[in-house]
Design a protein. Sequence first.
Length: 269
Amino acid sequence: MTIHVGFLLGRASGPTSIMADILEAVRAQGAEATLHLMPGDLSIPTELFGADVVALRGLSLAALEAAFALERAGVRCCNTASSTMAARDKRAAHGALSSAGLPVPQTFFAESWQEAAERAGGRAAVVKAVDGSRGSGVFMTAVHGAQGRPSFPPPYLVQERIDHDGFDRKLYVVGDGVAGILRRWPPTSLREKLGIRFDPALHLRTLALAAAQALGLEVCGVDVVEGASGPAIVDINAFPGFKGVPRAGASIADHLLWVAQREAQPCAS
Ligand SMILES: Nc1ncnc2c1ncn2[C@@H]1O[C@H](COP(=O)(O)OP(=O)(O)O)[C@@H](O)[C@H]1O
Ligand SMILES: [Mg+2]
């Protein structure tokens, strides 16, 4: 029987997006791949209830809630709807990472700008929107005391600003694989945007896999900065764009097909 991999997406993706590579790789292996856009319409396409696995990417909160219907009907989603939701919510994500004992910057949540500025007490801090959905603009600004003010509304996640070399270690996880990109933030050129590939050392691989596991994510990006006291996880994203990661589309396709095969033959060990 042909394996069916469904893709439920919040927005259309361009020809150079990771999606094009994933679809091509899934189809090259003889599986059926169907693409469904769910920007605002909140009913899940009926066809997806027959899929062996459904990849969720870029969905709105409401669309994600609707995606739970797939899981309730026994359809395996990758990442799961609940882990995707946890990753979107920076409060939930921070809670999961810190309860797993992983290194995260000191963080507090503030309901107003005044509270954020008062509690930051003049220390170098980074302020982020709690709902980290993409496409909502800039999520962070640096504050020193009460100066500046983010362009986004509260609640705020206020984080100790870790002094580092200006480069993110972007760790991209697919299943139990980890790829690394060294990327300057913010990038000032196309070259810096693409970043440089690097082979993550064992401690970074272990950290990325533990972060993914803490949220229950299979396909994710973990942003790490290296401070004086070691690496700190500053962000985690479900199903990112894998920019600059070689063969990312093929490895995501392999992972989806592996999951789908297990779902299609639940008795196989
Ligand atoms: N606590 C922090 N200390 C130092 N740098 C940070 C901190 N948090 C974020 N950054 C920097 O800001 C960048 C963007 O923040 P991030 O939380 O990843 O938001 P997003 O990716 O949603 O824009 C990070 O990639 C990192 O370079
Ligand atoms: Mg980030």
